[in-house]
Ligand binder design. Structure first.
Ligand code: SAM
Length: 340
């Protein structure tokens, strides 16, 4: 296991398989058109699996397939099967907006995917039409049910909470999570690339969320864990567990073991980083396994990023991280390219 400058291990890789999405969430991908990654730069599944294999040699044992929307990548189950065959990867998860999940769930499960997280910000169809600006809410709910019907363990429902937009649905979402046997995780609205209209007054903080839920359910107990998961987990009086990812107001940089590989092979050590290491280019110019391993290990050993903490320190001066013009010039700065 290799450690970075703050002793954080290289363990957790988010693997983005595409920069395309079939939703247009206001906080992530508000424009219709973007500067897309050149098609010919997108790594094949074989190339992705080769890189993951090197990461696994260096200690990565958690891989999350993401994207923009990973289920838009044709035949994703083939990649899942390739990664699932590696016993060093003890946690192989997928994050999806759920629109295409019902039709793909059987193949993904058969291919060996361990668990699924579905992003769902609202239970109200009218709100869904306004938030991600597509008419596919029913398909997302169908996707969640497909996971439940398949008896697939480990379902999580991720909700970005935005003040004045969906902050009146916290209780409804918890109740929904109970019904579908999924653990709900509320995410604080982050000022990452893509969130070009972000402002602090739209952030419902973790403590505000706990207040709302405590008023409804009574005393909420924090659950102690190993501290490496992004979500702090809590238990309601009836035993229901939920999480809060408080990257904006209470960042967890000190425990962050995550890094991100874009679909064209740029490797980022922090969601807020503006520079990455081009592992895709190294692979394509014929770099051998040892060379790629050296590139990864030396970058990780130098890592001292604390992006979310530095953003917090800006306090009143905090504005969207990157402006739309810059994002259009370099799609790698986008949240949807990095996989969130
Ligand atoms: N399309 C997939 C999905 O919807 O889960 C995967 C990619 S998406 C970028 C991953 C996660 O990032 C989603 O849960 C999304 O809600 C979250 N996300 C995107 N922009 C965000 C922001 N500004 N603040 C907080 N979370 C954000």
């Amino acid at each position: 296991m290799i450690g970075d400058q703050l002793g954080r291990p290289l363990r957790n890789l988010r693997l983005s398989v595409t920069d395309r999405c079939n939703l247009r969430c206001s906080y992530c991908m508000p424009e219709e058109e973007y500067g897309w990654l050149p098609r010919e730069d997108i790594l094949s599944f074989e190339e992705m699996a080769r890189l993951v294999d090197v990461f696994a040699d260096l200690g990565v044992d958690k891989v999350r397939i993401t994207g923009a929307e990973p289920l838009l990548r044709k035949d994703l189950a083939r990649l899942v099967a390739m990664l699932a065959a590696d016993s060093r990867i003890r946690d192989l998860a997928l994050t999806t907006n759920g629109v295409l999940l019902a039709e793909q769930a059987p193949a993904l499960r058969a291919a060996g995917l361990h668990r699924v997280t579905v992003s769902l910000d609202t239970l109200r169809p009218d709100r869904f039409r306004a938030l991600p600006r597509r008419d596919t809410h029913a398909r997302v709910l169908e996707g969640v049910l497909a996971v439940r019907r398949a008896g697939w363990p480990g379902l999580k429902i991720d909700t970005v909470v935005i003040r004045g937009v969906n902050d009146d649905e916290l209780v409804d979402l918890i109740e929904y999570g109970r019904r579908v046997n999924g653990e709900v995780r509320f995410i604080e609205y982050m000022d990452v690339g893509g969130a070009t209209t972000w402002s602090m007054d739209q952030v419902l903080s973790r403590s505000d969320m706990l207040d709302v839920l405590e008023r409804h359910y009574g005393r909420i107990e924090p659950i102690a864990d190993d501290g490496s998961a992004p979500a702090d987990r809590f238990r309601l009086p009836d035993g229901t567990v939920f999480g809060i990812i408080s990257s904006t107001t209470q960042p967890f940089c000190r425990a962050c073991d995550r890094s991100r590989l874009t679909a064209d092979g740029l490797w980022y050590l922090c969601l807020y980083a503006t520079q990455g290491t081009d592992l895709g280019a190294a692979l394509r110019r014929g770099a051998g396994r040892e060379e790629i391993m050296g590139l990864i290990a030396s970058s990780w050993r130098r890592r001292n990023d604390r992006g979310a903490e530095q953003r917090l320190a800006l306090s009143d001066r905090r504005r969207p991280l990157i402006q739309i013009g810059e994002l259009k010039r370099d799609p790698h700065l986008e949240m949807h390219t990095r996989g969130g």
